[in-house]
Design a protein around this ligand. Structure first.
Ligand code: PLP
Length: 366
């Protein structure tokens, strides 16, 4: 089985470089090819959108098309269609506007050196949306319908997929209640919509190590709540906490558990890992933490590499014992943490490296 590398390797001798330097062979992590039938010559002629790829950050760049499909009362989704990217119409009594029935996903399409466009484990995003939909009492597209919608969006916007090594097309699948209801009830109809935007680094730090602020007062999620799924309602309540931390120069916020306020959970849109010798530690996803696809992939690779992986409660004090701390997420990639500020004390982590999307290896089975 041949493996193709889609990106450069890190040269830094640490856990992170080892993990990205290792092929995903033997793990369940694999990339999925968006289209197969484009010849090499066609790829060379490919036109790109008028974008300064070196100046991409992580803000919305509107692309050409979006994909949408609606569910009927029986819960099945119709055949989806592409339309020009633009505003959508909603009934003022729509479930999303009144009762917050909404889920998001986040995934990326990359262009390989050979021009092929790849998605990373899209079936996991599809399955996560299904689980979220069950929790939020919503209809959901099948895994096939989800992936089909994502692929159609990528192909219709392929000129917006950055050249190899210059970023990716971030894809935002949305599921939301569009059926109208006055009383508190689940909507009778849902829309599944996918749009994309070319992106590079998520954090303003670029590839430099992150400075995290540990939030003591406001938790991100509660036991029995929706922290474990990608409900849109998880993000609004922490925007002010994030704004405050960023205005003080921090990269992002690290949240503690609501129950005791003593254990770390996750960052606003990324999971967190500690490295201690041959052991990698990460908070267990027991309902309040999102089961990240990058998290899952990193755990699988770490196990393949012979690391011991512990998924458990992680007291905030344990951060002091870590040799490396890093965050994982589709948007963030794998990002090193350089300092953590807790109770007004800033602790510098003993070891940190520069890691970015450029350092991440993705492999396709050819
Ligand atoms: N945690 C939260 C709250 C997130 O929003 C995300 C991003 O989706 C993650 C973790 C990382 O998940 P993934 O690796 O699937 O992108």
């Amino acid at each position: 089985m041949a493996l193709r590398c889609l990106s450069q390797s890190s040269t830094t001798p640490s856990y992170l470089s080892k993990i990205w330097g290792l092929r995903m062979h033997g793990t369940k992590a694999a990339a999925s090819v968006v289209e197969e039938h484009v010849s090499g010559a066609e790829r060379e002629d490919e036109e790109y959108a008028d974008v300064d790829w070196d100046k991409l950050g992580f803000s919305l760049v509107q692309t050409d098309y979006m994909f949408a499909t609606r569910s009927c009362r029986d819960g099945n989704f119709e055949q989806g269609y592409l339309s020009r990217y633009g505003n959508i119409e909603l009934n003022p009594a729509a479930g999303i506007l009144n009762y917050g029935q909404g889920l998001i996903e986040g995934m990326k399409a990359y262009r390989g050196e050979d021009g092929r466009i790849l998605l990373f484990r899209p079936e996991l995003n599809a399955m996560r949306m299904k689980i979220g939909a069950e929790r939020m009492c919503m209809h959901s597209p099948s895994v096939h319908q989800f992936i089909e919608g994502v692929k159609q969006t990528v192909l219709a916007n392929r000129r917006w997929v950055p050249p190899p090594g210059k970023g990716s097309l971030y894809l935002r699948p949305l599921l939301f209640g569009t059926g109208a209801s006055l009383g508190v009830a689940a909507a009778s109809e849902y829309t599944f919509l996918v749009f994309g935007s070319p992106v590079q680094n998520y954090f303003k730090e670029g590839t430099a190590a992150l400075n995290l602020y540990v939030e003591k007062v406001i938790p991100r999620a509660y036991l029995g709540g929706t922290g474990g799924v990608k409900a849109i309602s998880n993000y609004g309540p922490v925007l002010e906490v994030m704004r405050r931390a960023k205005s003080r120069g921090f990269s992002d916020v690290l949240y503690l558990d609501a129950e005791t306020g003593k254990n770390i959970e996750e960052v606003s849109a990324a999971n967190i890992f500690l490295v201690k010798g041959n052991t990698i530690v990460t908070p267990a996803t027991s309902g309040t933490i999102l089961g990240g696809i990058t998290r899952k992939s990193v755990i699988e690779i770490a196990l393949d590499l012979g690391y011991k992986v512990e998924e458990r409660r992680v007291p905030v004090e344990e951060l002091k014992e870590a040799e490396e701390v890093f965050c994982t997420g589709t948007a963030a990639g794998v990002a090193s943490v350089g300092s953590i500020t807790y109770q007004n004390t800033r602790s510098l982590l003993p070891l940190w490296i520069h890691v970015s999307e450029h350092n991440i290896y993705l492999y396709a089975w050819t």
